[in-house]
Design a protein around this ligand. Structure first.
Ligand SMILES: [Zn+2]
Length: 426
């Protein structure tokens, strides 16, 4: 038992906490320097937010480790014993054990979700009411419970009937991910948000012209009422095949100029043009296959090694408990490819309008989302799926050093931006 806990600590828990501490120190160091990109108030606020997020992350890692000890020493055996004398069929028992594990874990993680929402509210991101939060949780439980329950039942059946179950289990989960992508924009997302067709005819025709340029077929441009929960800006192209639709957050429409919006959508279409979505699906598939191979080839022996009974439910629970450590080790690779793709998408987005339009839009996004401009290189290596803003701006034609686009902190951001742009430094 101790060896597994030690491996978890050495490979995942301790490095994650070290990276968080490095990031906290790095952000604190730059927080005391002259602000760049953000005005001085927002710069401080962004630094505090970034530091607080890392502190929550450290607490989460420690909590996850305690939970691992709890499950390995008591929890799994307790669940086994709890369902031992029920009259359910063996597969139904296994299903109940895993579902109980999910329910207990979700319940124990709830304080962290509430804490995150509270932090977001303090920093002005989270706008939703407590009623909306509770409604969201209930909807998520029903949705995840129903879909997860069906998926788990199918996996248990495969494990019970197919010798190389981990290969077929992978096929089942991979197919499930594709189906979710297909139905997400039209069936799942509308459960949580309202989507209305874009009312701006001029903008819509510009977006349509942009989509024609790269041969992107979509079922329409929609505005999502994101502001009812969160003030941050975003846009996405959801779905696959015919179900694809362009979704603009209402917050984005309010805050970004039309040119900026086209440049951002151009960036997203750049991903489509460069087949990044296909590449992401292939990478996700490869990671999923690796996880199922781990589950199928190692977890059975691991159960024996840990003194747990070898059952389908214990194989699944053990894999889920150890998955964050495996993800942590493989994510730098997928993030590396993702960051490279972002530069290419930026360059396409800029070509749709101008470099200046995309730069302005990116700066506006960072301002509204209060993203701190500096991050420790180790933090970027492990967690950044997008390059840091400063690097993206440099790739978009900023030749000077970072200092050259320091902003006058006494001015509001709009004039700051205009002023800096007029000086020709951006
Ligand atoms: Zn992108």
């Amino acid at each position: 038992m101790q060896i597994v806990l030690l491996a978890y600590l050495v490979c995942f828990c301790v490095p994650s906490i070290i990276i968080d501490i490095l990031q906290i120190k790095y952000v604190s160091f730059y927080a005391s320097k002259k602000p760049i990109i953000l005005d001085s108030n927002d710069y401080k606020l962004a630094a505090n937010y970034a530091i607080l997020q890392r502190k929550v992350s450290i607490a989460t890692h420690i909590f996850e480790f305690i939970m691992l000890i709890f499950w390995l020493y008591f929890g799994i055996n307790y669940l086994d014993r709890f369902y031992e004398h029920t009259t359910f069929s063996p597969l139904a028992k296994e299903w109940c054990i895993v579902m109980s594990f999910f329910a207990i874990s979700a319940g124990l993680n709830l304080p962290f979700s509430i804490l995150q929402k509270r932090i977001d509210r303090v920093y002005g991101f989270h706008k939703g009411s407590a009623t909306l939060f509770i409604k969201d949780i209930i909807k998520s439980i029903v949705l995840v419970g129903a879909l997860g329950g069906i998926l788990l039942g199918s996996l248990l059946w495969i494990m019970d009937n197919v010798p190389q179950w981990w290969i077929f289990g992978f096929v089942l989960f991979f197919t499930f991910i594709i189906v979710i992508q297909l139905i997400y924009p039209t069936i799942i997302a509308p459960l949580f948000n309202k989507f209305s067709p874009l009312q701006n005819a001029n903008l819509e025709s510009r977006i349509n012209a942009l989509m024609d340029k790269v041969g992107f077929k979509s079922s329409g441009v929609f505005v999502m009422d994101a502001s009812k929960r969160d003030g941050r800006l975003n846009a996405y192209f959801g779905g696959l095949g015919r179900s694809k639709r362009v979704v603009l957050f209402d917050t984005l429409l309010e805050k970004i100029s039309e040119d900026g919006l086209i440049a951002i959508l151009g960036h997203e279409l750049g991903h489509f043009k460069h087949k990044d979505i296909l590449r992401n699906i292939i990478i996700a598939g490869a990671i999923l296959l690796g996880m199922f191979a781990f589950m199928g080839l190692f977890t059975t022996h691991l159960c024996t090694f840990l003194g747990l009974s070898v059952s389908y439910s214990n194989i699944i629970i053990l894999s889920i408990l150890l998955m964050p450590a495996l993800t942590f080790l493989v994510q730098p690779l997928s993030n590396y490819f993702s960051r490279k793709a972002e530069y290419k998408a930026d360059s396409f987005g800029a070509s749709c309008v101008s470099q200046k339009a995309l730069r302005e839009a990116l700066i506006r996004l960072v301002n509204e989302n209060k993203a701190f401009p500096y991050s420790h290189p180790a933090y970027i290596f492990f967690y950044y799926s997008h390059p840091p803003l400063i690097e993206r701006l440099k790739a978009l034609g900023v030749q000077d050093s970072i200092e050259s686009f320091e902003l006058d902190s006494n001015m509001d951001i709009e004039s700051n931006l205009q002023n800096t742009l007029n000086k020709g430094t951006l």
